[in-house]
Design a protein around this ligand. Structure first.
Ligand SMILES: N[C@H](C=O)CCC(=O)O
Length: 426
């Protein structure tokens, strides 16, 4: 029995499903999870000392590759002064100043501990600011696991086929309206039917929790215009796209400014961090300035701030990182597309910069319903083949592949060779 299997046997006895987040489970691909012992650059190593090219990148934050020495040393140095004080620190001010100075739409920001918290808090701020209750989200977008957002959600809920989670009372989602990604008409209709009642529209500017779905030309601009016209807060959930599509995230990439932006893991470089920020007049509804309560014992944790700020400064000082990752993304994902064509498969590869995914369908994927046409049995065969040959992917059709700046021409070539092996074996 492998060490991963031994660990899994122990894990399932004490952790539901043996994992601390459902997306780590291998059930949908008919396997038990690989337990990871360590990681460096583009590689992870499992408990049986097998090395894999990693495309999970901790679901995004390891944009510089695993175990970056500058980030690691910043963490070690900061930890020498203590781990948490439950009091204000200079580190959190530095982080807030850095983001406000560098992201034009953000005048004020508050740190939290995860993307879920960031989104929950941004929505509460939008409701407090507008005095309205309803929110619009898009089917297949995932904004963490808070009650109000678990309606037709992507990521693990889509994988498990439970888009409307049990345990969420109807009352918690009665004000959540669902629109179709890339379909402005569906949003217009909701505005017409709920005139003067919509506090916020929240969107992943690139939907990266139902695979990878790109916004069609004019979709984000249309959302911006509808929100402005209706006095509704536009929230960009940049937990995945922030500091990844470009230094200024999707806002920079698509030239659209949101009213509020949420960030997650990437601003902690692998430490548990999230944040929400935006226009001063909205952010000032937050207590203790305003009457919208939001809090967190560990929020702005100095060690997490040190890790995150070190990563963000590296990204700012090295714009060539984005050029490199885009180049690598084109090579890898376009390479996959060419191979798919070469072997006469109808499958679709969607990608933008470092994010990409393959759908096992003959249909272009522009929204949740399209994504669901992918053959998940075929995905499972692909996943198992890639894993067995040394490529570590998210164990779900509906998760993205994340390239980091540590991936190289060699890792791309090796991945494409393995992918070709899979196509040949099909
Ligand atoms: N797709 C999710 C976040 O981006 C995966 C992370 C998780 O749920 O553990």
């Amino acid at each position: 029995m492998s060490r991963s299997d031994e660990l899994f046997e122990r894990a399932v006895k004490v952790i539901p499903g043996g994992v601390n987040s459902p997306v780590r489970a291998y059930g949908s691909v008919g396997m038990t999870p690989r337990f990871i012992e360590g990681a460096t650059g583009p590689y992870v190593v499992d408990a049986d000392s097998k090395r894999y090219i990693d495309y999970i990148s901790s679901w995004g934050p390891m944009i510089l590759g695993h175990n970056n020495p500058e980030v690691r040393n910043a963490v070690i140095r900061k930890a020498e002064s203590g781990l948490s004080f439950g009091a204000a620190t200079e580190s959190e001010v530095e982080m807030a100043e850095f983001i406000c100075e560098n992201i034009p739409s953000i005048e004020m920001i508050r740190m939290v501990n995860s993307g879920t918290e960031a989104v929950m808090s941004a929505i509460r701020a939008a409701r407090g600011y507008t005095g309205r209750n309803k929110i619009v989200k898009f089917a297949g977008c995932y904004h963490g696991h808070s009650d109000a957002l678990l309606v037709k959600a992507g990521s693990g809920v889509m994988t498990a086929g439970i888009p409307d989670s049990a345990g969420v009372p109807a009352g918690a989602t009665q004000d959540t309206l669902t629109a179709v990604y890339n379909n402005l008409e569906s949003v217009k209709m909701l505005f017409e039917e709920n005139e003067g009642q919509i506090a916020a529209v929240i969107v992943e500017p690139v939907a990266a929790n139902m695979g990878v779905v790109l916004p069609k030309e004019g979709f984000l601009k249309g959302l911006r215009e509808l929100c402005t016209k209706n006095g509704t807060v536009l929230i960009f959930d940049e937990v995945i796209t922030g500091f990844r599509l470009a230094f200024g995230g999707a806002q920079e990439r698509f030239g659209i400014e949101a009213d509020l932006v949420t960030y997650g893991k990437i601003i902690g470089a692998g430490m548990p961090v999230g944040a929400f920020g935006g226009k001063r007049e909205i952010m000032e509804v937050i207590a203790p300035v305003g009457h919208v309560y939001q809090a967190g014992t560990l929020s702005g944790n100095p060690v997490a701030m040190a890790a995150g700020l070190t990563q963000l400064k590296i990204l700012k000082d090295h714009p060539e990182i984005y050029t490199n990752m885009s180049h690598m993304g084109d090579k890898l994902y376009e390479g996959m597309k060419e191979l798919v064509k070469k072997y006469g498969k109808p499958w679709k590869v969607n990608h933008i910069c470092s994010l990409g995914c393959i759908y096992f369908t003959d249909q272009d994927v522009e929204n949740y319903e399209d994504a669901k046409t992918s053959d998940t049995e075929e995905f499972a065969r692909y996943f198992r083949y890639m894993l067995e040959h040394g490529v570590h992917l998210g164990p779900s059709q509906f998760e993205a592949m994340f390239l980091s700046n540590a991936h190289t021409e060699e890792t791309t070539k090796e991945t494409l060779d393995i992918f070709e092996g899979f196509l040949k074996a099909e």
